[in-house]
Design a protein around this ligand. Structure first.
Ligand SMILES: Cc1cc2nc3c(=O)[nH]c(=O)nc-3n(C[C@H](O)[C@H](O)[C@H](O)COP(=O)(O)O)c2cc1C
Length: 137
């Protein structure tokens, strides 16, 4: 089987990829306090240098009290954003593209809770809960 197609450029609207190699999101838990470090930038830069056309980052969490299940998973808000900018700049300098995977882990937090213990998990719902539901909106 030929893999030549993987190395051909690809464009969809404004997204112009140098090839069709996309890196799947993989949790690393290497961001103490939720802020990505130069280690994180180096990790993604090396993937771009290695020829990955588009990197989807590890799960990063939105600004909700119950969004995270691990304090070393990076957040995607507040003081972490300037550090993410450094990650993006390093990947771009290496010729790659990068996009964040945004997470709210909801009930998957299980017993490892990082937000306030009283924080309720939230999850997408197709319709409003009934008035007598025991969970909060
Ligand atoms: C160490 C590790 C961490 C992962 N972290 C995430 C993640 O943060 N978000 C996600 O959507 N998938 C995550 N995955 C799943 C991968 O993105 C990918 O979907 C999976 O490894 C594909 O496996 P398959 O090729 O066997 O189907 C992770 C996988 C591994 C091995």
């Amino acid at each position: 089987m030929s893999v030549d197609a993987l190395f051909r450029p690809f464009q969809v609207k404004s997204l112009k990829m140098p090839n069709r190699i996309v890196m799947a999101p993989m949790t690393r838990s290497f961001s103490p306090g939720g802020v990505p470090t130069s280690d994180v930038a180096g990790y993604y830069r090396r993937r771009a240098e290695g020829g990955v056309g588009l990197i989807i980052t590890e799960g990063t969490v939105v600004e909700r009290p119950a969004a995270r299940n691990d304090p070393k998973v990076p957040v995607f808000h507040g003081e972490a954003l300037p550090e993410w900018k450094k990650v993006v700049d390093e990947v771009h300098a290496a010729g790659g593209l990068i996009a964040p995977q945004l997470w709210h882990v909801g009930s998957a937090r299980g017993r490892v809770r990082t937000g306030p213990r009283s924080a309720r998990s939230t999850a997408p719902r197709a319709s409003p809960p009934p008035a007598n539901a025991s969970w909060s909106r």
